[in-house]
Design a protein around this ligand. Structure first.
Ligand SMILES: O=C(O)c1ccccc1NCC(=O)[C@H](O)[C@H](O)COP(=O)(O)O
Length: 220
């Protein structure tokens, strides 16, 4: 009998501003909670706010800190106060900068530039210290949290590190998105919100339900 491979797509909910939403997200099944420190983001929080929200995290749920070309002191301040288990960099940060804080990091790769095709070898060469990548719909160096999808077929084949799919995911498209890209995890902000930074419990519940459904789906 062929053994069905049991897979579990990880779920990162991102852009929290309220502790109650963090607690609910954990109860609904999120594996990671993202706090945004990128300047200009409508979901940006101060390190002290994120530290307070971190208290609402359930055991075995990761705190992820997101940056976009923040200064080294800003990142250090967040690492010291929030103690995230993962960092995520969305800007032009180089590998040496990203790995300089003693915390594993994900490098976000903007897939919004229609002409630029990402090559896995080039990504791995440029970010050898990355724990993984996050393929997102913004343009290179642009702001995440757009609520827009990109052509999932553009994700390069042969990426040797775990990657997350992000950009415009919702409860209505995440099933197809996972089937199309088989990511290590999925990441969402807008698709689970009633307004920027305010998460919607029913949207979060439906999103998790759809991820669980595709993980149990046996393709014909
Ligand atoms: O969410 C933001 O406001 C943001 C701003 C600047 C840099 C990154 C940002 N978010 C990064 C994320 O990981 C988002 O969850 C990801 O871009 C997906 O967002 P969405 O398309 O809204 O689901």
């Amino acid at each position: 009998m062929n053994q069905k491979i049991l897979f579990r797509t990880r779920i990162k909910f991102c852009g929290f501003t309220r502790a109650g939403d963090v607690r609910l997200a954990c109860e609904l099944g999120a594996d990671a909670i993202g706090f945004v420190f990128a300047h200009g983001s409508k979901r940006r929080v101060a390190a002290e706010e994120a530290r307070a929200m971190r208290q609402a995290l359930a055991p075995m749920v990761d705190a992820v800190a997101l940056f976009r070309d923040n200064t080294i002191d800003e990142v250090r301040d967040v690492v010291r106060k929030v103690r995230p288990s993962l960092l995520q960099f969305h800007g032009d940060e180089e590998d040496a900068f990203c790995r300089g804080f003693g915390v594993p990091y994900l490098k976000a790769i903007g897939m919004g530039d229609d002409i630029v095709r990402q090559h896995p070898a080039a990504l791995q060469e440029r970010y050898p210290g990355a724990a993984g990548f996050l393929f997102d719909s913004h343009v290179a160096g642009g702001e995440g949290g757009t609520g827009k999808t990109f052509d999932w077929a553009r994700i390069p084949t042969g990426v040797q590190k775990p990657y997350l799919l992000a950009g415009g995911l919702t409860p209505d498209n995440v099933f197809d998105a996972i089937l199309a890209t088989l990511p290590w995890g999925v990441d969402v902000s807008t698709g689970i919100e009633s307004e920027p930074g305010v998460k919607d419990g029913e949207l979060m519940r439906r999103f998790v339900e759809e991820v669980r459904r595709v993980d149990c789906h046996v393709p014909d």
